[in-house]
Write a new protein. Structure first.
Length: 138
C-alpha cells in the first residue's frame, strides 16, 4: 500500500501572530477562523494547502526539539506555484512592501521563473511559475 495524503498542513512558529496575520493578508491570503485563535491562525493557501501560524510557545508544545533561530538557519523552504511570472513578481513585491526581506534576485530559467523572500520570522517562501508545456510529461 502506498502512502497518500490529500491535504498538507505546514506548521510554522511565529513571534507575533497579529503581525504575521497582517503580513500574509497583505499578500492576499485568507484565514480560516474556525481553526484560529490567540495561539494559532490557519492560513488558506488553496483548498488542500494550509499553513498554521503558531505562536512560538504554542508551537513548542508540539515538539521537544528546539525552535531554530531562522536568522541563522533554515528549517524549511516553502515553495508555492504561481500562474505567471507577473504573479510571482506581484506576490514577492507585496511581501517586500509589507516588511519581508528579499532572499535573492528573481531567477529566470526560461521554462521556470522563481523569486524568494523571507517573512517577518525569516521563514523562506519561494514562488515559482513553470511553463508546463516545456516540462517532460512522461
Amino acid at each position: 500500500m502506498k502512502t497518500k495524503a490529500d491535504k498538507i498542513f505546514v506548521n510554522l512558529p511565529v513571534k507575533d501572530l497579529k503581525k504575521s496575520l497582517a503580513f500574509f493578508a497583505e499578500l492576499g491570503f485568507d484565514f480560516n477562523a474556525q481553526f484560529s485563535d490567540d495561539n494559532a491562525a490557519c492560513m488558506v493557501v488553496s483548498e488542500k494547502i494550509y499553513v498554521m501560524l503558531l505562536v512560538e510557545e504554542y508551537f513548542q508544545s508540539f515538539t521537544k526539539k528546539e525552535i531554530p533561530d531562522t536568522t541563522k538557519s533554515s528549517e524549511v523552504l516553502i515553495a508555492l506555484s504561481a500562474d505567471s511570472k507577473e504573479q510571482v513578481d506581484e506576490i514577492v513585491n507585496k511581501a517586500l512592501t509589507a516588511g519581508g526581506k528579499a532572499l535573492n534576485d528573481p531567477t529566470d530559467h526560461s521554462f521556470m521563473y522563481l523569486w524568494s523572500f523571507q517573512d517577518l520570522d525569516h521563514h523562506i517562501w519561494e514562488f515559482i511559475y513553470m511553463d508546463e508545456s516545456a516540462v517532460n510529461q512522461e
